[in-house]
Write a protein that binds this ligand. Sequence first.
Ligand code: QAP
Ligand code: CO
Length: 174
Amino acid sequence: MIYNILVYPDKKLREVSKNVKKFDDKLHILLNDMYETMIAKEGIGLAAIQIGITKNILLINLADDDGMQKKEDMLEVINPKITHLDGSEIYQEGCLSVPGFYEDVKRAKNITVEYFDRFGNKTVQDLEGLPAIAMQHEMDHLKGHLFIEKLSYLKRKKFEKEWKKKLKSEMDTK
Ligand code: QAP
Ligand code: CO
């Protein structure tokens, strides 16, 4: 099933998600639906809150060196915790919940993250570069935060201006 994506400034996107307790068939159906939704909407990452579900679940599915987004490369991440951060890196981010807007964001370059897979097995991973950025972006969603909150004052103003313009143009086409 393909869900609708909540879009800024939907207040639901500010809610704090809760840990998954049961690694059951219901969770597996949700994970499968999240994957279907992420692919249908042409995303490379998705947090459950973006489809209105306040659970600590996220997917990351980046393209490989050949530009192929392979399902086998997808990370299914449940109840994640960052245990180590270092370095910093700037990357131009986007978000399915802020469609059409992209801006530079500074985050840690290297992280260590602990999480559970769909069967409840614990994993520890060191991530660097884009996978580390994507993980931090998606984990912010679980705390009710969007990447636009990390922009400098001037870039945030630029966002607000562009967003208002976009809403207006959508009014005109309807
Ligand atoms: C988060 O972002 C992310 O504006 C995932 O019109 C961001 O999937 C991971 C998207 C930066 C790594 C680096 C955005 C799709 C998808 C749009 C996404 C749009 C259509 C964004
Ligand atoms: Co996002």
